[in-house]
Design a protein around this ligand. Structure first.
Ligand code: HEC
Length: 303
């Protein structure tokens, strides 16, 4: 929901909505592509709040070259951005004609960078930079396990004469239903390893846990775990889901009985009826008084 605090009108073309599949929260935090997109939106607003608009238009002829032509002229140049930043600051003539552009000695490099990104975005790959509609339904594509679906919306205001336009943005991350069992997870007495092209978590002590951070269990019926072993564990394991801390309230549990035979796997469903935002901890506890036999989790998925 977008609110404009000062009651001004919303320019729809300054709203940018996107959906991405990213590899985890750190990637979400440094979602560079979108910073660039919002930089371009800010850059456009900057050109409108500064004197540029008296001489330049986006696509029509004016005293100065239009930004679209500038964009086409330099888009293949690798140093296009720094070149434009310098030209905006120093001004000059001779590239497009005899008319001289005044220098802008006071422009900061951040401002000229945003303007440069805006100009370069004009002839850029429109496919990537077009905003999604502000209302609609997103059907999640299947993507690599562990990826998150991230919806980002940003809005840039027009800025006022002499002030920098402001951009606000907000991202919502929806984790994949498959938990990737890698060392990125915070664990205790569990060891992430790759085995035969598969990521798994070794349960190598009598008890331990793994943390499900940034995970809401809203709408989730169960967490299904796949346990596997090389030689059958001659003891049972209790699995539980705890809310907030590893010994917080139990919100789901299942017991895996002792097994016989050699190599094997087993599915376990830990039902949950909670609707909290976590964090949650999946704990395990080996049956007491029996000789420990290592097993591994090879899958964890919300249903
Ligand atoms: C008084 C008119 C005027 C103003 C104000 C002005 N420009 Fe220009 N601008 C020009 C002219 C004329 C040229 C063409 C210069 C040339 O041929 O080298 C130009 C060229 C440019 C170019 C292309 C440079 C190149 O090497 O191709 C960019 C980018 C640009 N201006 C951006 C801006 C921005 C951003 C602002 C505001 C911060 C601005 N201009 C303000 C007149 C102006």
């Amino acid at each position: 929901m977008l609110r404009i605090r000062d009651g001004g009108s919303v320019d729809e073309s300054n709203i940018f909505v996107s959906v991405d599949y990213l590899e985890g929260m750190d990637k979400v935090a440094m979602n560079l592509g979108h910073q660039q997109v919002s930089a371009a939106v800010t850059g456009k607003a900057l050109t409108q709040s500064m004197d540029c608009k008296t001489c330049h238009k986006e696509a029509e002829a004016s005293i100065g070259s239009n930004y679209m032509d500038v964009s086409k002229k330099y888009k293949e140049r690798r140093d296009a951005l720094s070149y434009l930043q310098t030209r905006i600051k120093t001004g000059g003539s001779g590239v497009w004609g005899e008319v001289t552009m005044p220098a802008h000695p006071k422009i900061t490099s951040d401002e000229s960078r945003q303007i440069g990104l805006y100009i370069l975005s004009l002839a850029g790959d429109q496919e990537e930079e077009r905003s999604l509609p502000t209302k609609g339904t997103i059907t999640a594509e299947s993507s690599a396990p562990g990826n998150m679906l991230v919806i980002t919306a940003s809005y840039t205001d027009e800025g006022a004469e002499g002030t920098i336009p402001l951009t606000g943005s907000k991202s919502v991350a929806i984790p994949s239903s498959t938990i990737q069992l890698t060392e990125d997870l915070k664990t205790n007495n569990m060891q992430a390893m790759a085995f035969g092209g598969m990521d798994l978590m070794l349960l190598n002590a009598e008890s331990g846990w793994l943390e499900l951070a940034n995970t809401s269990l809203k709408g989730v019926n169960a967490l299904t775990l796949t346990a596997a072993w090389q030689s059958a564990p001659n003891l049972s394991f209790d699995f539980q889901i705890h809310e907030n801390t590893p010994d917080g309230p139990v919100v789901g549990e299942a017991t895996m009985p002792a097994q016989t035979g050699g190599q094997g796997t087993r599915f376990l469903s830990l039902f949950t009826g909670v609707a909290g935002d976590g964090p949650y901890y999946v704990t395990y506890k080996a049956e007491e008084g029996k000789e420990l036999s290592a097993i591994a989790l090879t899958g964890a998925m919300f249903r």
